[in-house]
Design a binder for this molecule. Structure first.
Ligand SMILES: Nc1ncnc2c1ncn2[C@@H]1O[C@H](COP(=O)(O)OP(=O)(O)OP(=O)(O)O)[C@@H](O)[C@H]1O
Ligand SMILES: [Mg+2]
Length: 343
C-alpha cells in the first residue's frame, strides 16, 4: 500500500522527472534549464559540471548561467546513447551486419570517457561523501516490499544486505560518474549513423559527489540492457566475466539493485511514468543480473549458501517483471501534494 511515507520516498528518491528539465529562451537563445534534483544543490551541480568540463573538455556542456534554482546549459540536439544502442540492437536482430560493430564502438567511446573521468583529481569545494549504500540497498528494499504489500525484511535478510553494503562501503574510493547510457547524448548526422559523424556529449554530474567502488560504473557500462547484448553472451556469462573480484560483485549487486528497484517502484506507484521511461528498458534484465550476481557471490565465498537462498528469496519477492503494469496510476491519481510536479 502507498502509505504517505512510501509516497514521500518515491517522490524524493525515485521519481526522476520531478527535476523537470526544460528548454527556455534567455536573451533570444534557447537553453536547456536543469533544475536541482533536491539532493545535490545548484551550487554543487554547477561546480561539478564546470569541474568535469575543465578535466574532460568540450564533450561536457559549458554552464552558461547559474540561477538560484537551476543551471542553464546549451541545448544539445541529439539522441540518448541508450536509445541509439537500442535501435542498433533491433537493427542487429533484423540482420544489419554493421549494427553490432557500431554499437561496440559507442561503448568503447564511453569506456574511454569513464577511464578519463576516473583519473580526474577531485574538485575543490566539493564535500565528497560515501554513497549511501545501506540506505539505497536496505531501506529501499524494505520500501518496495511495503509497496507490494509484502512482509518486510527479517533480521537474517537484513544482515546479508548489511554485509554486502559494508564490503561496498569499504571499497568506495573513486568518484561516481553514473555512466548510465541515458546520461550521454549523441549528436549524429541526419542521414548517417556512422562512427565518424557522432559527437558525444556527457551530461548529469549530480552524483559525482559520491565515492563508490571503481567497478560500480563499469558494471553499468558493461551489463546495462542496452550494452550487454553486444557481447552475444548470456547474463550469467557476462556476470562471470565481470565479477572476478568480491568488490566487483558487491558493486554490481548494489548498482543493479538500484536500477531494478527504481523500475519496480515506478511500475507500482507511477505506471504512466513506467510506460514512458521503462517500457523499452524493463526490469527483467536487471533482476536477471542480480540473481547471477548473488550466485557468483556464493561461489566466491562472500556469502554462504544459506545467505544466498535468503537473498534470492528477497529478490524474488521484489521482482515485478511478471506484474502487469497497473491500469490506473496509483500515485498520481490519488491527488497528492506532489501530483502536479510533472510526469
Ligand atoms: N544540455 C542538454 N540539452 C538537451 N537535452 C538535455 C541536456 N541535458 C540533459 N538533456 C536531456 O534531459 C535528460 C535528463 O537529463 P539529466 O540526466 O541531466 O537528468 P536526470 O534527472 O538524471 O534524468 P534521467 O534519469 O532521464 O537521466 C537527458 O537524457 C537528455 O535527454
Ligand atoms: Mg541522468
Amino acid at each position: 500500500m502507498l502509505t504517505p511515507e512510501l509516497r514521500h520516498w518515491f517522490a524524493n528518491d525515485i521519481w526522476k522527472e520531478r527535476r523537470g528539465g526544460s528548454r527556455v529562451v534567455r536573451d533570444g537563445t534557447v537553453l536547456y534549464r536543469r533544475p536541482s534534483d533536491g539532493v545535490t544543490t545548484i551550487e554543487a551541480d554547477a561546480r561539478l559540471y564546470k569541474w568535469a568540463r575543465d578535466g574532460l573538455g568540450a564533450s561536457v556542456p559549458r554552464v552558461i548561467r547559474q540561477d538560484s534554482d537551476a543551471i542553464l546549459l546549451p541545448v544539445i540536439n541529439g539522441r540518448r546513447a541508450s536509445d541509439i544502442l537500442r535501435t542498433l540492437q533491433e537493427k542487429d536482430r533484423s540482420g544489419d551486419g554493421n549494427a553490432r560493430s557500431l554499437a561496440s564502438s559507442i561503448v568503447d567511446e564511453l569506456a574511454g570517457h569513464l577511464r578519463q573521468f576516473q583519473s580526474l583529481s577531485p574538485s575543490d569545494g566539493i564535500k565528497y561523501e560515501a554513497y549511501p549504500v545501506a540506505q539505497k540497498l536496505i531501506e529501499a528494499t524494505s520500501n518496495i516490499l511495503g509497496m507490494l504489500d509484502m512482509n518486510g525484511l527479517n533480521e537474517f535478510e537484513r544482515n546479508v544486505l548489511e554485509k554486502i553494503s559494508s564490503r561496498y562501503a569499504a571499497a568506495s574510493t573513486v568518484i561516481f560518474r553514473d555512466l548510465n547510457p541515458n546520461n550521454v547524448i549523441i549528436a549524429c548526422g541526419l542521414f548517417s549513423a556512422s562512427e565518424s559523424a557522432m559527437a558525444f556529449n556527457y551530461v548529469d554530474f549530480s552524483s559525482a559527489k559520491y565515492l563508490v567502488p571503481r567497478e560500480d560504473d563499469w558494471a553499468t557500462l558493461r551489463l546495462h540492457q542496452t550494452t550487454m547484448w553486444i557481447s552475444g553472451r548470456s547474463i550469467a556469462e557476462n556476470v562471470e566475466t565481470f565479477g572476478t573480484s568480491q568488490t566487483a560483485l558487491c558493486a554490481l549487486l548494489v548498482r543493479f539493485h538500484r536500477l531494478a528497484l527504481r523500475k519496480a517502484a515506478y511500475k507500482v506507484a507511477h505506471p504512466r511514468g513506467y510506460l514512458h521511461r521503462y517500457e523499452s528498458d524493463p526490469e527483467r534484465h536487471y533482476f536477471g543480473v542480480l540473481r547471477s550476481a548473488v550466485n557468483r557471490l556464493c561461489q566466491t565465498g562472500v556469502i554462504s549458501p544459506q545467505e544466498t537462498s535468503s537473498l534470492l528469496g528477497v529478490f524474488q519477492r521484489i521482482d515485478t517483471s511478471d506484474l502487469d503494469v497497473p491500469e490506473f496510476d496509483a500515485f498520481l491519481d490519488e491527488r497528492t501534494n506532489v501530483h502536479d510536479e510533472g510526469l
